[in-house]
Design a protein around this ligand. Structure first.
Ligand SMILES: Cc1cc2nc3c(=O)[nH]c(=O)nc-3n(C[C@H](O)[C@H](O)[C@H](O)COP(=O)(O)O)c2cc1C
Length: 541
């Protein structure tokens, strides 16, 4: 039977940005970014597919504002200007099919994978109960995957954070603000501050994780201060007109945790600070795996009532997410005024055509998320996310794409040793790569003590090569410079750089060694050709 979804079709103005209907993609971390945090082709493909399915607004999940706050090995990053180039392509891709592009920005705090892990207070996670779900989730993984998950978890539990100083707090505010400005420069229509799932802003809000005795801890007014100053810092950088949304935690669902009444108070403060919307969530990594919470989150539209309770106290648009599997459930939420917008994370990941099918009376053919938790397991195992409901062809294609992502042909390492052949290599690379899309080039010099090159000479060599590549048509922000000190041997150091940076192509000049020298010492380029794995090596003679 064909049903029309009047409310779902209605457009909505969020500050100055018009949404063509009420369906938004809630952020869903995929692990599809390149390992260096840049936007990959797979990300472009994934977000294009979802945006083309008819949702009005797409929130790109979880871009890290600070290397200290990064959560996963394939985490999107926005902590440096060099990421703007790829992010611009991503924003353009989403907008090209008529959707509004939003970048979610995040700092993981005590959940981050970092040598210098910072948090409001040092609080161990040893009290977490993972309960039955965690065990049953592990059952479906193979042994190696289980070990990966467990060791990660144990690592998280045992990791000791450093309590943030006032300086850390100021720097982190600035990191969020600068990241938001980069998103704006890249062409995103809005940014969304990730204030949920137990990440840094929540760690300050909750009295369980915030034990500070200074002006950032204690009563709610003090615990809200980090987040409110953060919003202000972002606002100062992006200006009054640029919409800033907030991923909002309504309840930690933990004994003595941050709870609804506190959330309502916090929501009022955010709304007074010109927040564009509040996107509702509940629970954190410390409560998600509790069996009672799992039961709760298996109910359809399990966060609708929480959305209503927040909507009651603010006038800004509220997005309701959480197992909204069918257009009828979504329409009902809007009719009952529980929320202004619908957020779909897993439902759109399973079937990006959800909105188009709903609007064309084909809701019966929507492929439904079965709550199998494979996607969440993949996130926990730090692996790129897939959906068990996709048809075989999509699944195979996606897996192939993920595999090839690890071989990034467009990520190029140019070894610079000051020789004529290295310069020639750069000139060839410039000519060949100028018309390739999305290339990134690193100019690498290994500094040796036996033949020291002065910093001035290195800089000059790098500047000349950089200009040569830019003149050949490569974008300036696609070129990076790296100088490493020789450790074991030049060839070994180059091979280490190749592995660490996951380069797909290496360009190296053959040094003018005599045959006798080559025989005695072996040439660096020869060793690189012999030993480089998973990449193509161009040797320039
Ligand atoms: C695999 C996975 C990744 C997620 N990643 C994020 C994220 O990066 N940022 C965020 O705010 N929420 C994230 N979420 C939470 C979702 O946005 C959403 O709130 C939750 O999945 C419930 O909505 P759904 O039933 O529509 O999926 C993630 C959820 C899943 C399952």
């Amino acid at each position: 039977m064909k049903r029309s979804f009047d409310r779902l079709c209605q457009s909505l103005l969020i500050t100055s940005v018009r949404l063509k209907n009420r369906i938004t993609m809630a952020p869903l971390f995929t692990g599809y970014a390149n390992q260096d945090g840049t936007v990959s082709d797979l990300m472009l493909k994934h977000y294009h597919e979802v945006a083309a399915g008819g949702a009005a607004m797409i929130v790109v999940a979880n871009a890290s504002v600070d290397p200290r706050g990064t959560l996963a090995s394939h985490n999107l990053r926005v902590d440096h200007d060099r990421f703007i180039h790829g992010l611009s392509r991503l924003a353009r891709t989403i907008k090209s099919v008529g959707a509004v592009a939003v970048l979610q920005i995040n700092h993981g705090g005590r959940f981050a994978r970092s040598e210098d892990q910072i948090a409001p207070s040092v609080v161990s996670m040893s009290s977490i109960s993972y309960g039955g779900f965690y065990k049953s989730a592990l059952k479906s993984l193979n042994f190696q995957q289980q070990m990966e998950v467990l060791s990660e978890t144990l690592q998280h539990r045992s990791q000791r954070c450093r309590e943030m100083t006032r300086k850390d707090i100021r720097q982190t505010h600035q990191a969020y603000a600068t990241a938001a400005a980069r998103a704006q420069t890249a062409g995103f229509n809005m940014v969304e501050i990730h204030g949920a799932t137990g990440y840094l802003p929540v760690q300050f809000l909750s009295s369980r994780t915030n034990r500070r005795t200074d002006g950032y801890g204690g009563d709610l007014a003090n615990r809200m201060r980090f987040a409110l100053e953060l919003v202000q810092a972002v606002r100062q950088k992006v200006g009054d007109k640029f919409p800033v949304g907030y991923r909002f935690l309504t309840d930690e669902w933990l004994p003595n945790g941050f709870h609804l009444e506190e959330a309502q108070e916090f929501a009022r403060h955010l709304a007074n600070r010109n927040i564009a919307y509040l996107s509702i969530t509940a629970g954190t990594y410390e409560s998600f795996f509790n069996p009672d919470i799992i039961m709760k989150t298996q109910q359809p539209a399990y966060m609708a009532d929480l959305a209503r309770k927040i909507k009651k106290v603010v006038t800004v648009p509220v997005i309701c997410t959480g197992k909204i599997l069918s257009p009828s459930i979504a329409e009902n939420i809007l009719r009952k005024k529980q929320a202004d917008l619908i957020g779909l994370a897993r439902p759109l990941f399973t079937d990006p055509q959800w909105p188009t099918k709903a609007f064309n009376g084909k809701q019966e053919s929507i492929l439904k998320c079965q709550d199998c938790q494979i996607c969440m397991q993949m996130v926990l195992a730090d692996r790129p996310v897939i959906c068990s409901q996709w048809d075989k062809i999509k699944l195979v294609k996606r897996k192939m794409h993920i595999k090839s992502m690890n071989r990034q042909q467009n990520k190029i390492l140019l070894v610079m040793d000051g020789s004529d052949n290295a310069a020639l290599g750069a000139a060839y690379a410039g000519k060949i790569l100028a018309h390739r899309k999305n290339v990134s080039i690193t100019l690498l010099h290994i500094q040796t003590d036996d033949a020291p090159t002065s910093v001035r000479e290195i800089n000059r060599m790098m500047d000349v090569t950089r200009s040569l590549l830019i003149n050949a048509g490569l974008p300036a922000d696609a070129i990076e410079i790296e100088v490493r000190k020789k450790t074991i041997g030049i060839a070994r150091d180059i091979l280490t750089a190749i592995t660490e940076g996951r380069y797909g192509t290496v360009v190296i000049g053959r040094r003018g060694l005599s045959r006798a020298q080559q025989f005695l010492f072996g040439s660096v380029s020869h060793k690189v050709v012999q030993n480089a794995k998973n990449c193509t090596v161009w040797v320039v003679d």
